[in-house]
Write a protein that binds this ligand. Structure first.
Ligand code: NZQ
Ligand code: ZN
Length: 385
């Protein structure tokens, strides 16, 4: 096992009815800004529940944070935070609202151009406004981690940063808020969480037994419960299991002490920036192709994955690896996502611009061994056509 330094300060309130319990977690006397997306929280009643819970607080609101939140919109929120002397933020929504809130929290206290956070890899983030989360979409793990991804529309760039100053103070996870999710977002969430586990698990063995078995447990749960969330959308137990699984998939726990990959995500971010695919759609396309191209480097873990997640234990090793990757792909399709670029109207002519963007963002040595060069990324994208 590798050395690690792990701390996760986010408090979790889990279960039906927990939104009513959030008020004491927001400081009395704070000037609160509630941030949300395009209106799903009004339609499903979450907006009303949060407002009712915060009756005793001074609450302003900022709606309209888009999926793949844009820098342009978030800058407007930063102005509001400053002009209204806001000192506490509450993100109510999915990963986009939470990520946007993290960026606002850090940028509001910064004396330089907010975009410098990405250029300086957050080295200039030394403080952030405190904030809490009410999660409505299990997928990103953003509710219990310190990462955020923001898109700059003007330059078609999608960039990530991480800072220990932007862990949420608390997150409310009420599975009933996810009943209203459209099937597309249910599928996206399951595939995103699955990919998060794979980025931290499917590398090379370091004899980290608990991390491996924990990761396999999360993958098995997603395979078991993901399709049920589509066929039994009002099943509380299914929703609860998916919600906690997605959080645990990227709260740092399974990634502590193990090598991590993230090449699939970095290529995926460029596909979203250039072609507006949903985040999980990019992962469904890139991950199976990445596993195929990198099968030698990942060989031992692919065999372990084949055995422990897909129960493929007998016969030729090459066939077992092929089968495990094919099953992964079939699972993504069962969740409603296309697994080829062509499924999203993209062809060979779209590969070169992705490689250019990767180069511009210094994404030229990706993967757990830094061997995913632009040439390897090209092979992956070609295989994903
Ligand atoms: O905007 P509203 O109206 O709220 O609608 C949203 C949005 O259209 C809707 N939605 C959310 N909860 C709902 C709901 N609709 C009905 N009922 C509900 N309960 O779903 C749509 C998508 O929301 P979004 O927040 O964009 O989805 P997701 O949670 O998948 O977040 C995606 C973003 O997170 C980033 C992605 O790159 C992308 O920008 N990621 C963040 C990570 C992190 N912070 O650690 C890691 C991930 O790998 C990922 O990169
Ligand atoms: Zn992701």
């Amino acid at each position: 096992m590798l050395n690690f330094d792990y701390q996760n300060p986010t408090r979790i309130l889990f279960g039906q009815g927990q939104i009513a319990a959030l008020a004491p977690l927001v400081p009395q006397g704070a000037r609160v800004l509630m941030l949300y997306g395009g209106g799903s929280i009004r339609a499903n009643g979450v907006y009303g529940e949060v407002m009712a819970s915060l009756q005793g607080h001074a609450v302003l609101e900022f709606g309209g944070i888009e999926p793949n939140p844009t820098y342009e919109t978030l800058c407007k929120a930063i102005e509001l935070v400053r002009s209204e002397r806001i000192d506490y933020l509450l993100a109510v929504g999915g990963g986009s609202v939470i990520d946007g809130t993290k960026f606002i929290a850090a940028a509001a206290l910064l004396d330089e151009d907010p975009w410098s956070i990405f250029e300086k890899r957050a080295a200039n983030v030394t403080a952030a406004l405190p904030f809490g989360v009410v999660l409505t979409l299990p997928a990103t793990g953003s509710e219990m981690n310190s990462g955020a991804v923001v898109t700059r529309r003007a330059t078609q760039e999608k960039r990530a940063f991480a800072s220990r100053h932007v862990f949420p103070q608390f997150a409310v996870l009420d599975p009933t808020t996810t009943y209203s999710l459209p099937a597309r977002q249910v599928g996206n969430g399951v595939v995103d969480a699955f990919a998060h586990v794979m980025e931290q698990y499917l590398t090379y063995p370091v004899n980290a037994k608990v991390q491996d078995r924990f990761a396999e447990g999360l993958l098995l749960t997603l395979v078991e419960e993901g399709p049920r969330a589509l066929s039994e959308p009002d099943n509380y137990e299914v929703r609860a299991n998916l919600m906690w699984t997605a959080t645990l998939a990227l709260n740092g726990l399974i990634g502590a002490g193990v090598p991590q990959d993230w090449a699939t995500h970095m290529i995926g971010h460029e596909l979203t920036a250039l072609h507006n695919l949903d985040h999980a759609q990019t992962l469904a396309v890139v991950l199976p192709a990445m596993l195929r191209v990198r099968r030698e480097a990942k060989r031992a873990k692919l065999l372990q994955y084949a055995a422990r997640v897909w129960n493929l234990v007998e016969g030729d090793e090459e066939v077992r690896i092929d089968d495990a990757i094919a099953r992964t792909e079939a699972f993504f399709r069962a969740m409603g996502l296309a697994t080829r670029l062509s499924g999203y109207g993209l062809g060979r002519e779209h590969i070169e611009p992705v490689l250019h963007a990767l180069e511009a963002h210094r994404m030229t040595k990706l993967g757990e061994d830094r061997l995913v060069t632009l040439d390897v990324s090209r092979k992956v994208l070609e295989l994903a056509l």
